[in-house]
Write a protein that binds this ligand. Structure first.
Ligand SMILES: *Cc1c(COP(=O)(O)O)cnc(C)c1O
Length: 489
């Protein structure tokens, strides 16, 4: 299995794609083919997530044996608080919620970022990498902590996380700035996630910085979903939820289902598309956004236009206008035409916009439904879902739930739908509490009050943050990222 860049260039091995994170010329690595799997054959693995994960990832990384991968997935997913790893909850007749946040940092990013360090270590071994891997991360709130947790004190690595100062929840901020470990660094950025991500991408494609870091014994890599090693473990839970529904008799094996995904950088929902390309029976992906609804407009019109106001919302991890992984989907929809993909990405960089062809739009509409909702809708859904089902949603999952309910009502589509729940509600206590009553500004007090109101247990990871020293207090301007990245640890 080789990896191609969406903007052209030599194919590379899985190890090289994972170690580089992004193609030096600026494209994203994609697998040359999609291995084919049959859900019927996978049924025996329905109850063994680590074994299923190793089996699904194995053809993408043939240089590592499935046996070895099985050892690694066993280690990676032992840190989750349930052997199911991604438990399912029924909500209504046709709807299932998949909880992706049972890992150490309480967001779905753990599913990939507990695994990525192992994939990276295997890649370093295969490539005889002697340099230290320098992981540079831009986060909208959850990737940062999940990457820190995954890479803290991992031999041969160093990590620096940039987060939008003032653009993440208080729990997200505290999780990052209190991070311990000898190889970790965290820095706020004056700007939003798009600014941070664009700055980090600028560094990745700047040969002078690469040379300078190389002289100092480092090789840059990424733990963002631009790295294929991030997407790969995310393909697994689409299969896992399907197989469990089939094993429980909720669907017939082979029957198509829908997935509804709260979407920002398009990594999660793209992993679902890859699962479909591998043979998972999927009818529709429902792409859910908050007020930053650039993807809704794109899917409805075929025009991508990031020239619009950026809104801060309580579903802050999807406050994104430049959705990086869409590039990988465009590459598939245009018949893997690297020049056409590059031209669209140039349009995005230079004008903030591009348009796809009618043929691509027709394919897109066949695959996806898309909608968005505002803050009032999000609050109403959190409250109504709790009142109706005694089930507490985080703001991102509430965005997906709102969009799904509207989709189902509007289309009459009764297909079984899995709504991906991407974070524990207590990562956003202040926003979630407001669905029930007006709280104050103290996030810990709001978490305690949310517990009184809902009786949903407060996760111990959140309580442990209280009073922990804030070790990483730096905040820099966007034009200082190069200098900050070159600064010694
Ligand atoms: C990252 C994140 C998302 C968006 O995922 P993408 O892969 O960027 O589309 C949604 N919800 C939460 C809680 C997240 O942390």
């Amino acid at each position: 299995m080789k990896y191609l860049s969406t903007r052209g260039g030599e194919p590379v091995s899985a190890a090289t794609a994972i170690l580089r994170g992004i193609c030096p010329r600026g494209g994203l690595y994609v697998p040359e083919t999609f291995p084919q799997l049959n859900v019927q054959d996978l049924l025996p693995l329905a109850g063994d997530y680590p074994a299923l994960a190793a089996h699904i990832m194995s053809p993408y990384f043939p240089e590592v044996s499935e046996t070895r991968l099985r050892e690694l997935t066993g280690l990676a997913y032992a840190s989750f608080d349930t052997p199911d790893v991604v438990p399912l909850v029924s909500l209504g007749a046709n709807e299932t919620v998949m909880e992706l946040w049972h890992g150490p940092t309480m967001a779905f990013k753990d599913v990939a970022l507990q695994m990525l360090p192992y994939l990276m270590r295997e890649s370093m071994r295969l490539n005889n990498e002697e340099k230290q891997i320098y992981i540079l991360v831009a986060t909208s709130g959850d990737t940062g902590k999940a990457a820190l947790e995954g890479f803290a004190d991992v031999k041969g690595t160093r990590i620096l996380v940039y987060y939008p100062a003032g653009g993440v929840s208080e729990a997200q901020r505290l999780q990052m700035v209190t991070q311990e470990g000898g190889n970790v660094d965290v820095c706020g950025v004056v700007g939003n996630f798009d600014d941070a991500q664009t700055g980090v991408k600028r560094i990745f494609t700047n040969p002078e910085i690469a040379d300078e870091l190389e002289r100092r014994g480092y090789r840059l890599s990424s733990a963002n979903s631009i790295n294929f090693g991030r997407l790969l473990p995310q393909i697994v839970y689409y299969f896992a939820s399907y197989l469990r529904l089939a094993a429980e008799g909720k669907i017939n094996c082979g029957e198509e289902i829908n997935f509804c995904v709260p979407t920002g950088n398009f990594g999660n929902i793209l992993a679902g598309y890859y699962a479909k390309r591998m043979g998972l029976p999927v009818a529709k992906f429902i792409c859910a956004s908050n007020r930053n609804n650039v993807l809704t407009d794109f899917m409805q019109t075929g025009g991508y236009n990031a020239n619009r106001p950026f809104y801060k919302s309580m579903s802050c991890s999807i406050d994104i206008l430049i959705s990086s992984n869409l590039e990988r989907l465009l590459f598939e929809l245009n018949g893997r035409d690297t020049a056409a993909t590059e031209a669209m990405m140039r349009g995005l960089k230079e004008n903030g916009s591009y348009a796809i062809t009618d043929d691509m739009l027709a394919q897109l509409r066949g695959l996806y439904a898309a909608d968005w909702c505002d803050e009032t809708d999000t609050h109403n859904t959190i409250r109504d879902t709790f009142m109706g089902h005694r089930y507490l949603l985080d703001p991102h999952t509430a965005v997906a739930q709102t969009v799904y309910a509207r989709y189902a009502a509007g289309t009459g589509d009764a297909t079984r739908t899995v709504v991906l729940s991407t974070a524990n509600p207590y990562k956003f206590s202040t926003g979630v509490l407001r669905a029930f009553e007006d709280g104050g500004e103290d996030d810990f007090a709001n978490a305690a009050r949310l517990h009184e109101v809902t009786n949903v247990p407060v996760p111990p990871q959140l309580l442990a943050l209280r009073g922990k020293p804030e070790r990483h207090t730096d905040v820099v301007q966007i034009n200082e990222l190069e200098r900050r990245t070159l600064a010694p640890l």
